[in-house]
Design a protein. Sequence first.
Length: 602
Amino acid sequence: MYKHILTIALSTLSICISHAQSTWMDNPFASKGTIVAPVLSSSLVDEIVIVSDNPGDWKFNASLENDGEKEIISISMDAPQPCAPAKFNVYFTFPQKGAFNTWSSDVYCGTHLDPFWGSSNGSSALAFRMPLYEYFDDNDTNCLTIACSETFRRVEAALGVMEEGCDVCSELRFFREAEAPMSHYETRIMLDGRRVFWGETIQEGVRWMMEEKGLQAFDTPEAAFEPLYSTWYQFHQNVTDKTVEEECRLAADLGMKTIILDDGWQTADGNRGYAFCGDWRPAPEKFPDMAAHVAAVHKLGMKYMIWYSVPYVGFNSEAYAKFEGKYLYIDWGSRCAVLDPRFPEVRKHLVELYCKAQKDWHLDGFKLDFIDSFGLRGEDPAVKENYAGRDIMNVSEAVNVLMKEVSSALKAIKPDILLEFRQQYIGPAIRQYGNMFRAADCPGNAKDNRMRIASLRLTSGSTAVHSDMLEWNLEETPENVGRAIINSIFGVIQYSAMLKDIPQEHLAVMRKWMAFASEHRETLLHSEFRPHHPELGYPLIEAESDSELIIAVYQDNAVVEAAPRGKRLYILNASGSERIVIRRGDKLRTVKVPCGDWKEVR
């Protein structure tokens, strides 16, 4: 009898694998290889197939947990002894049926649904985006969200529509770059098919990834949500103590609470690039007494943060010779090398640099830049050296250790330390060490700023999300200055306009919006956040608290749905038109809201 049951079970498994292999092989662009784990039957997608083109001695296993409209794929692989991990891919399809757009954490916020032609169109690693993707319809509704627990190592993704039959194909690809030897690996993938507001499943996916890895977000003090001034766009490297203090006096008068001193403080050279990074001593002709300069700004009531390019050691620095042989690669274009954090002395050097600066100059925070430059470009130099001198073999793990050491050491000195990171290093793991995530550089581009802030708000939880620095032409109209601010209003606004040169009418607009942002901060930055229609560039964004609803409109001819909730309603108009149509139930109403301004609607 048992032999008969076993024969039936093996026969059923054989049929299942045969069917999955047939379906998978029908797609000429799916990566081919050997099916290395049990084929998984899903209620959300077709069969889930795991393949490897060279499994070697690795033994795979896979299972599926079903929780209604969510499923968890668990994958593990083991080898008899440490060796290079086998590449493997997880592949599945589902009928398109309304899934017309995609979302990812990519800085460019593209939602185009590509054809599935086999090439990767998504990628993530510890300090580069996150393994989180969503298919959604044209009505703000999720079709399928994919989240992977592998938030440290590189995961590539191929997502798109197969021409034959309009099936949506998804493939996650593991170990596509150099990796240290190991004998065990496991990962999990969550599929969320709930038909809910598209942003809800993104937020849930991030929470799930953090829980899977046991990640805890770095503490975010209220100061991280205060408006601030950055020197970058107007000064670039031409900063001095006197000119910065002059701008800080004006910024403090406007209500800004923090200054970020960006690139240029460490060099008298103004040719951009990073040839003079690495020693991190103030240029004496620019900042002869950094501690006194910081103290002068503190007297104005502003906190002081300073910029460092973490991985870079410039050709013209003393540190370049000191760390020779301890680099991941040379960046000839930027005239610098990238440190290898797997060396304990490299990590120690960086931690000591920041701690010394904080103690000597009484800093309130750091802008730690270019974390995403840690990585490999081609072969791993450690392999030829048999990892000599390195106490960690994996680069991502070394970056994780480094940033934990940095943030812990700085927090021990100043518990409310401010640490800013820039898109694209904004993933769940990065939230362990920073409390300010800034939209990637988009000077003068209000739409990109809006889209990047919206994306960051959905993935950053309680971490403060900041706009890219705002600037505008001095001949711009006050209305368009207001529109630029409204495009950034759902993030902490960083300003980088030369305040001493700004026309009075521009300053009046800034004052008005700073007062609004301060009065409504709880709603704008800490309450329920709903960005609508990412496929259209977020033409309408809402924030709602217990007492008020704030709706920002960015597109002409939009109809604002504002059902009565017994709350105060504010309309922010960045559409370019002065007439906004509001629908409440079956009633339509046209409200006049000046362009670049706001109005409370009763």
